[in-house]
Design a protein around this ligand. Sequence first.
Ligand code: NI
Length: 247
Amino acid sequence: MRRTEKEQFLREILGDEQPPAHLARAVIEEKLRAAILDGRLPSGIALRQQELATLFGVSRMPVREALRQLEAQGLLRVETHKGAVVAPLINEDATDAYALRSLLESEALRQSIPLLTPDDINLARSYIDQLESETDYAKMGTLNRLFHMTLYSRAPNKRLLKLVEEGLNEEERFLRFNLKSMGLGKLSQHDHLELLQMAEAGAVEPTINALVHHLNRGVEAINKYLISRPAEVARPASASRKRALAR
Ligand code: NI
């Protein structure tokens, strides 16, 4: 993309409204996050500090801070020579990511379940109810995240919760585009109800086992999804996966 085309492209997506200086970082971060999450800013596109600073009429400092936040959330990654680029929807280490999430979220459940209140349980149940009637895949991804996060929310270790939330954000972004093709909807609801009932009963170990099972379904669905991409079928698995990532 030539420079002027890129400017035009970014302006169409992000607008060119100039935020007040004291809100610049927050406004820019939020606009970029929304555009990455709903797919208007596709994977692989480079976000240069100077381009964004010019677009929003601000110095590079708030832009740099906003990009750093988004990088910490896994939405951007820094590549040599390109700077910050929008991260791919799914990484080749998806299985590793789920394994790590199993560990972190199991610990979060262990800490949180004994401290959950009836209000927490009711809130979690309300997300399951909303998922029952929701048909918009983007909203389903969000409700899934909120449901899980509610069960973990009482864990006293805030750093643990932050890591857990990053993993859930990553999953939400992927589900947004692929929930339908992955066919996870109804199965997940059964899992969610089971998790809720066990958590409500205060049964720590059974809830953790159910969670690990639930996350394994996610791994299976992602692997199936990666294998089933039509254009990739004829190629050896490792090469096709690398090519899929390069898109
Ligand atoms: Ni879930």
